[in-house]
Design a protein around this ligand. Sequence first.
Ligand code: ADP
Ligand code: ZN
Length: 609
Amino acid sequence: MTDSLAPARDILRRVFGHAEFRGLQAAVITEILAGRSAMAVLPTGGGKSLCYQIPAMLRPGVGLVVSPLIALMADQVEGLKQSGVAAERLDSNHSLDERADVWRRAEQGELDLLYLSPEGLMQGATLDRLRRLPLSLAAIDEAHCVSQWGHDFRPEYRMLGRLAEVFPDVPRLAVTATADARTRDDIRAELRLQDSAEFVDSFARPELALAAERKRGQGHARVEELVLARPGRSGVVYAGSRDGTDKLAERLAAVGVPALAYHAGLDRNLRTERLEKFLEADAAVMVATIAFGMGVDKPDVRFVIHADPPASIEAYWQEIGRAGRDGQPAEGITLYGSADMAWALRRTAGREVSEEVRQVQNRKLRQLYGMLDGVSCRAAAVRRYFGEEGVEPCGVCDLCLAPPESIDATVPAQKALAAVHRLGGRFGRGRLIDHLLGKTKDVHDSEAALSTYGVGKEFSPNAWRDLIDQLLFDGLLKEDANDGRPLIGLGDADGVKGVYRGERRVAVRKQPEGADASTRSGRPRKRTREAMAEFTGDDLVLFEALRAWRRDEAHEQHVPPYVIFGDKTLHDIVRLKPRSPAELLLATGVGDSKLQRYGAAVLKVVKDN
Ligand code: ADP
Ligand code: ZN
């Protein structure tokens, strides 16, 4: 096995400038080089692309890569060209001449990699032309898009199952970062990979420090506070609606944050312009709906904040996974509320899907909120969700750092449930709390006469709000939308009975001292802060000089800075202070082609600083 991998390792070093394979890369590459199909589930930043890029370069013929988004392909192809790899993409937005040229090069055997959209690939004419070419492999990136159990189902991906018949002798590789066991089975069935090897790496992302907290109100003030505590860094803030992104971006811009809004409702050119600004900036905050996502591989995103919660654990992992792709410490912070959960459940209820699919979707939602509102390690909860066994606590999430104390609230819960029952589910939570506190304005005699009126004076309004949230998350209460004036009613009848009888206990999280949860994850973690200020004195001067050089170079070539060199490479250069090309080659991410392009310039920056 070691021998057969020698040529692959040579490419890894010479072309991509990396010393060793990581994780399961070597195993996946071995499988494809042997001409067999496979499925690989590797974490974000795990180096999925090399798993097909290197075999495509070693095997005869051109390697097809199917990817869902044009932006994603454009970046990958640009990065490959910078490393001296013969890669192109077929894009229906390109001119006929450009496309003819790509075909000509493919037919003359000049290309190692050809990127296509699923629709582009499955067109009859394209398939006919490809059938006449020797193909080294067919890679399906973001393969979870093929499954409706996944979180980003794309009907056009379904067609890709036919690749097995059209190209029976070509090894196929499906790769994705997020798929639970059921989704993995579905991917394999859809893509006819049942008999192929499956490689599933750990989902751990040790560089990510996770946190989550319940929203107070809309949560925008909290988002502002969190972003202001992280100056000079790039981040993504996800909001659930277009309107929400616009408002948040305005709010952040008003306090001096370089924030941009991004959503599908914006003019296409404006979107492209903002995306480029964000990618090229050393520090910018993108406030976006999830329309902004796949394909945004800016490696130096230091935080992702969910102003509204994601749709599932898969979506969560993928969205916060956009932080820290360069392996440097980063943060993922999620704000969530019981109203968000109620809204999401209503949305699945309104979808036209089979009962089975609806059940699965509801379960996924409950698992998401179980993790967000849970009391033990978040990273471990996610990894268990993806089917990992023997998972240890991460040690860096909010719950690992400050395990929440819980207090028994069974008696107050009985009072709240009884009050909801007596009030007949006719009121929202504000009115319910007033009732429990005996503070209802202009209270009607019949309400004041109820045995539950004023029985809850031991709790503050906020404590009641937390308890009601808890009961909603537990399914003991449920919220009825009522056209934006939500009403609270009793939930699961057996559960409610259990609480009345004292057989089922209700525990609530004790809020940290005086903090009211507002400062819990307010400051970036020490680890992150230290990593940010890694360099001091002369090293810092050199690092900044390298960044400035990279910025100019990127600007001139109209590419994002990380296509030139990633932060990790600049860090290595600062540490190594190379004086010769041979020494520069030791930095990760510096291969032959980039050495030729930038070696002299980088060595000069090092010498002059
Ligand atoms: P993903 O799995 O998220 O698609 P990529 O393929 O984009 O990940 O790779 C993520 C980063 O890791 C890239 O910057 C890539 O150059 C780097 N990388 C990939 N393989 C290795 C390796 N064996 N050693 C060091 N860095 C690597
Ligand atoms: Zn943890």
